[in-house]
Design a protein around this ligand. Structure first.
Ligand SMILES: Nc1ncnc2c1ncn2[C@@H]1O[C@H](COP(=O)(O)OP(=O)(O)O)[C@@H](O)[C@H]1O
Ligand SMILES: [Mg+2]
Length: 237
């Protein structure tokens, strides 16, 4: 995936300024930065639902949002998009049907997110973590090559978070490219590559070990703050 000189305006203010990055296939890339720094905006550009003011986004060799990419790119929005009045299995089958997949594909996706025991539960009765997983299964049902996940672990208890990350790693091992956003740095260690963002800018494209090496900080939270300080000093001087 390649993003070149991307500029996006939201609510009259720039949400992304001249943003360029290349993301390799087959990795888990973490999009990290505080609330409002542009993570969701960047993801919307990647899946092709954001109006851009300038620049280009190329995904799996095609312009973002191309019709051909529809079944190759899965997007799990920050607020799970699921139907509360449907059972888990019907929710996933519904999304599968949009892409022409069968009932078996729905069962496989439900299995992949560990919800087989709840497949006939009504979505309205599920916990927050289970809802996120239904949303994930609905994205997985079309076997996307690229999976874009917007803060999928927010509000989940630590055990569920670990569980979800294990599922992301299993997907990556099977060849899926994942882009996962988070506003908490302690999730960065799960990612192969890191994009550190602030106020619509890319501060650093790095890896957890390189970030530690470059900053001399063991805790990634601290390392991120050190990168911010350095970039602020560079801008001032
Ligand atoms: N619907 C919207 N209308 C106007 N401005 C928005 C809207 N959504 C987000 N923004 C602005 O765009 C910027 C980036 O937001 P967003 O991409 O949602 O950040 P993040 O996902 O990192 O929290 C913020 O300044 C935010 O206020
Ligand atoms: Mg967001």
């Amino acid at each position: 995936m390649s993003i070149e000189h991307l500029r996006v305006i939201r609510g009259k203010r720039p949400a992304l300024h001249d943003f360029s990055v290349r993301i390799p296939r087959g990795t888990i890339t973490g999009l990290l930065g505080p609330s409002g720094c542009g993570k969701t905006t960047l993801m919307r550009c990647i899946v092709g639902t954001q109006i851009v003011a300038a620049g280009s986004v190329t995904v799996l060799g095609r312009p973002a949002g191309s019709a051909e990419l529809r079944h190759r790119v899965g997007y799990v929005t920050q607020e799970p998009t699921i139907y509360d009045d449907l059972r888990v299995v019907d929710n996933v089958r519904y999304f599968g049907a949009l892409y022409g997949t069968d009932a078996q594909a729905a069962d496989d996706a439900i299995e992949a997110v560990g919800l087989t025991d709840h497949r006939t539960a009504l979505c309205g009765n599920l916990s927050g973590g289970q809802r996120t997983r239904v949303s994930l299964a609905s994205a997985l049902v079309c076997h996307p090559e690229l999976l874009v996940l917007d803060e999928p672990t927010v509000g989940l208890d630590p055990v569920l978070r670990v569980d979800l990350w294990e599922q992301f790693h299993a997907l990556a091992r099977a060849g899926t490219t994942l882009i996962v956003s988070s506003h908490v740095m302690d999730e960065a260690d799960h990612c192969g590559e890191l994009l550190l963002m602030r106020e619509g800018h890319l501060l650093a494209h790095t890896t957890p070990s390189k970030l530690r090496e470059d900053t001399g900080c063991t805790a990634l939270e601290e390392a991120f703050l050190s990168v911010i300080k350095r970039s602020t000093a560079a801008a001032a001087g």
